[in-house]
Design a protein around this ligand. Structure first.
Ligand code: ARG
Length: 460
């Protein structure tokens, strides 16, 4: 058992099936850069407080850097017996520099080491996702500008409701991703507390300087309670929740555009290079990327659920169950990262089909609510106005026409306040122009929002 760092008290070799069952090297090797970063910071602190010499620290740092480069180059040998990335790197260091390498694990446990590595990895991953979110916002704002002036039917219950500007539509998603970015920043703040130095669970009797490590690794604070540290995976659950919200936003939009790309809607045109075909039906052009963005949200939601259930019911402090945190973490990040990348590509490449949209924009009585509000402005109570316009919609529907097709007599018969001027609030253009409230689809409001977003995203 001499090859195991914990082999001292063991009388026989580990069963092969236990090695296979307990290993994490097959997936946690992904932490190698962060493990090396954490270890170098730890060694520098050990030198600063005099637990190792400056020369020993230099040997350790050099050895770790070489190991990191070897892993990055793909020439590093991974073996099952070395269980995880932490033991691989430490064992390789000892192979390289001998007894000095045996000092690295002073005042440290894999329990605080692993959570430090995972935090460093997650922090970088969150920053990458934030950059992707920003890129998608830029694509959406560009699309909002490209489609300025276009009017879309807005839906509730997937039924035509009120007209909205296409610019307003694209900016709605910009807002959703802005909330995701703010959730992400908030989550990053709570994550950014140094675990290292908690050792196994109770801290250490050695005179370490945790603030030194925190400064070195750019953590804002040092975790106050060692028992809490080795069991804490809150930051992962929060991160996965942030990712899940992003995946939900992507999935809703993807569903919308799958529908919009149908023959029946024909609202959106996707470039050939972003679609795929059918092996049997020659005419087909399928929105598979959108469907997969919608479908892959399942993985992200699944990852969050896995972590919630994993952590549920775990007593203090470290439990080996926690090794299971990494695969869902990696899976959720990889999924959201590629979905965001492809979503931006789709938004850049797509165009809303103004011809097809405007050809049917007069269907569905999108101006009915505007007409009701016109009555309210004339002093008619809302409930009465609602009833009157409902009656007029019924009449127009029976005749197979628009509200604007009703005669002046029809309007006057419905209510004396409905005089000739009523025509000025009918039709989608008049309806859109009639909006006033803050945050509404009023052209002036939307133009201001677009300009603000351009400034905020550095596009103006
Ligand atoms: N591979 C382990 C993990 O990912 C490292 C920590 C193991 N700690 C222990 N006391 N066995 O959680």
């Amino acid at each position: 058992m001499a090859d195991k760092p914990w082999g001292g008290r063991f009388g026989e070799a580990t069963d092969r099936r236990v090695e296979e069952f307990t290993e994490s090297i097959s997936f946690d090797r992904r932490l190698f850069e962060h493990d090396v970063r954490g270890s170098i910071a730890h060694a520098q602190m050990l030198a600063k407080v005099g637990l190792i010499t400056d020369d020993e620290c230099r040997q350790i740092a050099r050895g770790l850097t070489e190991i990191r480069d070897e892993i990055a180059a793909g020439t590093f040998p991974f073996v099952l017996e070395r269980e995880d990335i932490h033991m691989h790197i430490e064992a390789a260091l000892i192979d390289r520099i001998g007894d000095v390498g045996r000092k690295l694990h002073t005042a440290r446990s894999r329990n605080d080491q692993v959570v430090t590595d995972v935090k460093l990895w997650t922090r970088d991953a969150l920053d990458q996702v934030d950059a992707r979110l920003k890129a998608l916002q830029v694509s959406l704002v560009n699309a909002a500008a490209r489609h300025e002036g276009m009017i879309l039917p807005g839906y509730t219950h997937m039924q035509r409701a009120q007209p909205v500007l296409a610019t307003h539509y694209f900016l709605a998603y910009v807002e959703k991703y802005e909330r995701d970015r703010s959730r992400l920043a908030d989550c990053r703040k709570r994550l950014n507390v140094l675990p290292l130095g908690a050792a196994a669970l109770a801290g250490t009797t050695l005179p370490i300087d945790r603030q030194h490590v925190a400064d070195n690794l750019k953590f804002d604070d040092v975790a106050r309670n060692s028992l809490d540290v080795s069991s804490d995976r809150d930051f992962l659950i929060e991160s996965l929740f942030v990712l899940t919200m992003i995946a939900e936003h992507l999935a809703g939009w993807a569903e919308e555009w799958v529908i919009w790309s149908t023959q029946e809607f024909s609202f959106v045109a996707l470039p050939d290079k972003l679609c795929t075909g059918s092996s049997i039906m020659p005419q087909k052009k399928n929105p598979d990327v959108l469907e997969l963005i919608r479908g892959r949200s399942a993985r992200v939601i699944g990852s969050l659920t896995t972590l919630l259930v994993l952590v549920k019911g775990l007593p203090l402090a470290y439990n080996r169950d926690l090794q299971e945190d990494k695969e869902p973490l990696f899976s959720a990040f990889d999924t959201v990262d590629s979905c965001l990348d492809l979503a931006a590509l789709l938004v850049d490449g797509a165009s809303l089909r103004g011809d097809r949209i405007s050809a049917r924009i007069d269907e569905g009585y999108l101006d009915a609510t505007t007409l009701m509000e016109y009555l309210i402005k004339q002093g008619v109570p809302q409930r009465t106005g609602h009833e009157i316009v409902g009656h007029l919609v019924g009449l127009a529907e029976k005749r197979g026409g628009r509200l604007a097709d009703l005669s002046e007599d029809d309007f006057r018969a419905a209510h004396p306040k409905l005089d000739g001027a009523v025509k000025q609030s009918l039709g989608v253009v008049n309806a859109v122009n009639a909006f006033q409230s803050y945050g509404s689809t009023a052209p002036a409001q939307v133009a201001k929002q677009l300009a603000d977003w351009k400034t905020r995203l550095g596009l103006a």
